[in-house]
Design a binder for this molecule. Structure first.
Ligand SMILES: CC(=O)SCCNC(=O)CCNC(=O)[C@H](O)C(C)(C)COP(=O)(O)OP(=O)(O)OC[C@H]1O[C@@H](n2cnc3c(N)ncnc32)[C@H](O)[C@@H]1OP(=O)(O)O
Length: 414
């Protein structure tokens, strides 16, 4: 059997789409319109296929992503997506080969890290990825939540208005850019993303597109500070409304906007249940409710995985909770980004340079991936034996420096 891995050619895109659908358990065909939409979003030079006698049996794609790190700066990441190996060809190293090609190319390009959303937890740790941010989803019983049933809009002089998709396309990208500059873990949204999210381009995925409701929060000064996108079903039982509102997107750049949009959603007549969608684990929502127990956690899981590729670039881009220094010894079995680095850091920034000083904390590149957005605890990883303290107290110092007051959150699926 001749198994070849290479970038996909123009005429091979339909076969590549069929193979990807096969891996994702979607009927193994390549509808013309889906192929066209996917093709428009693909950089063929960064789209790999594994071919067995010319037939595609493995898929892998990457694209350039801007990832916000603590402090609000964005680094360039190699975002990995559409990874599949056809069940007849699994566990023969095809993913490993495609990943190796992609990580080497990203390192050569100078990307600071690679990112992905992992379908299953055990797949990507071996390639140097660590779980860098998490998500929580709540289901809220509106009638138990205890919010004011007479709520009639924001009390701060701001306002909430419905908008159509065209208005959202016009106003929300700038709002999202403001969010991205303050929310570590967030990634950039392209024009294509907004067109798909607002029905201006066909959506990809098994479910048919339904037009959602869009609501914008405007501050008393008139600036668009929040967007809520949600759908609702229409369920009645014995003459009682039992409708669920499902949040597709809720982004806000001020606490007032965030609170107003949640309040608005909970105030809508006939809505008895709210599905929050995937939120940051420390989202304000449960505590916004007089009875936080009305919000039941339905998902609590790892989300964005991060693989450091350029340790100094990644650690110098962020800010740190308190001043401090650390000598990190980073092991990278793939030989891409390991080494010993002296980190001098503080709330205003950092310098991170190769050093020959004795290591204070030794860790694998995946552990650094888990720590670098501030979500994981160095002390916890030390307790697990996954980071080693070469100098007593180094894990606690790393903890104080690296952790962030609010947790990282990636609001998007990619
Ligand atoms: C970013 C994304 O797109 S996430 C989507 C990932 N895709 C899917 O989950 C779709 C269904 N699954 C698949 O298509 C395939 O099984 C893949 C892509 C996950 C793995 O492809 P394979 O070619 O079988 O992986 P490969 O043979 O390179 O495996 C490398 C190692 O990872 C391990 N591994 C691979 N997949 C898994 C898994 N799902 N769970 C646990 N271990 C795994 C292998 O056992 C192997 O370990 P070894 O080196 O110790 O033997």
């Amino acid at each position: 059997m001749s198994l070849e891995i290479r970038p996909v050619g123009e005429t091979e895109v339909p076969d590549w789409v069929r193979a990807m659908r096969t891996g994702f358990l979607v009927p193994p065909v390549a509808p013309k319109d889906e192929v066209e939409i996917r093709r428009a979003g693909m950089d063929l030079a960064r789209t790999q296929g594994a071919f067995d006698d010319g037939r595609c049996v493995g898929t892998f794609r990457s694209f350039t992503q801007r990832l916000t790190v603590p402090g609000g700066t964005a680094v360039t990441a190699n975002a990995v997506t559409n990874v599949t190996v056809t069940p007849t060809h699994r566990r023969r190293g095809l993913l490993g080969r495609m990943m190796g090609n992609a990580l080497r190319a990203a390192r050569e390009r100078g990307d600071a890290a690679a990112t992905l959303l992992s379908a299953e937890y055990p797949i990507y740790g071996r390639f140097g990825f660590g779980p860098a941010s998490r998500v929580t989803r709540w289901e809220v019983q509106v009638t138990r939540a205890g919010l004011d049933p007479h709520y009639a809009g924001p009390a701060d002089g701001g306002r909430v208005d419905f908008a159509d998709g065209g208005t959202v396309r016009q106003l929300a990208p700038a709002l999202h850019e403001r969010l991205r500059a303050r929310q570590h873990g967030a990634v950039d949204r392209t024009e294509r993303w907004w067109r798909m999210a607002t029905g201006d381009m066909p959506q990809l995925g098994p479910q048919a597109w339904t037009e959602p409701f869009y609501a914008l929060y405007r501050s008393p000064a008139g600036s668009v500070d929040g967007l809520l996108t949600y759908t609702a079903d229409a369920v009645w039982e014995a003459k009682l409304p039992m409708n669920t509102a499902t949040v597709r997107d809720l982004i806000a750049v001020s606490p007032e906007a965030e609170r107003a949009l949640w309040h608005f959603l909970f105030s809508i007549d006939w809505i008895t249940r709210v599905d929050t969608g995937l939120r940051a684990p420390d989202d304000v929502l449960p505590l916004l409710l007089p009875d936080p127990r009305a919000a039941r956690v339905t998902t609590d899981a790892d989300y964005m995985w991060l693989r450091p590729l350029d340790v100094p670039a990644l650690l110098e881009a962020r800010t740190y909770a308190c001043p401090g220094s650390l000598v990190l010894d980073v092991t990278d079995p793939d030989g891409l980004s390991g080494g010993r680095f002296a980190l001098e850091a503080g709330p205003d920034g950092a310098s991170c340079v190769p050093t020959s000083r004795p290591a204070e904390l030794s860790l694998g590149v995946g552990e650094l991936g888990a720590l670098c957005l501030g979500d994981e605890s160095a002390v916890r990883l030390a307790a697990l034996g996954r980071v080693r303290e070469d100098r007593p107290g180094a894990a606690a110092r790393a903890e104080l420096m690296l952790r962030t007051a609010r947790r990282p959150w990636c609001p998007d699926m990619f």
